[in-house]
Design a protein around this ligand. Structure first.
Ligand SMILES: *[C@@H]1O[C@H](CO)[C@@H](O)[C@H](O)[C@H]1NC(C)=O
Length: 196
């Protein structure tokens, strides 16, 4: 009897010391998932270029930098920048609603590195890849281990944002530049539904 009590006490002590570390990391994940999906905005970095410090926007199922107006439906409508999160290598636009807007990349000969996003159950184009997004050790958003590309003279004088598919000037653009897509984490993300 005494020996059994000792065993119970011993296992309880082990459980007590083991619990805090485990429950700590599990409870801190927002949304209750096992991995915390951190939300972030992105700023373009290419010193000496007009795209320097232009924030990323999402509109018309595409990603831009330096758009003055996204025309999105947002919790804070005055903000004109896009908010992202990465889950399992896939990149999403942040919103509180359950309808996801998920990014894809088309590195085929047709797509040339086109970045777009789908809304809800909308299927991605045939050659689209959805996984391969990551934040590197320098805090830059990359796809397939490569930095992104910005091309000038898109709509409203903004830049269009492309993935690197080995095409220097994708989509028949001119004057494109490689950028570092600097990640700026936020604890207070602006939920938006972006235009399709
Ligand atoms: C936003 O709406 C304005 C006014 O209709 C339009 O001029 C502009 O091109 C739109 N921008 C985008 C990114 O859709």
């Amino acid at each position: 009897m005494q020996f059994k009590n000792f065993l119970l006490a011993a296992s309880a002590a082990v459980t007590a010391t083991a619990l805090p570390a485990g429950s700590d990391s599990a409870c801190k994940a927002p949304g209750g998932g096992e991995t915390a999906a951190e939300t972030f905005g992105v700023v373009s970095i290419h010193s000496g270029s007009a795209v320097q410090y232009a924030p990323f926007n999402a509109a018309l199922s595409s990603i831009f930098a330096g758009l003055s107006s996204q025309n999105a439906s947002c919790a804070r409508p005055d903000e004109q920048t896009a908010t992202f999160y990465i889950k399992d290598g896939s990149l999403y636009l942040y919103d509180k609603s359950a309808t996801p807007q998920q990014l894809y990349v088309d590195r085929s000969g047709m797509g040339q590195g086109k970045i777009g996003y789908t809304t809800g159950a909308q299927p991605p184009p045939r050659n689209a890849e959805r996984e391969g997004w990551a934040i590197d050790a320098n805090n830059h958003l990359q796809f397939g281990g490569s930095d992104l590309i910005a091309c000038p003279n898109s709509i409203d004088r903004a830049w269009s944002i492309w993935a690197n598919a080995g095409v220097e000037n994708p989509g028949f653009n001119e004057g494109c530049v490689g950028i570092a897509a600097r990640v700026e984490k936020t604890n207070d993300p602006n939920g938006c539904v972006y235009t399709q």
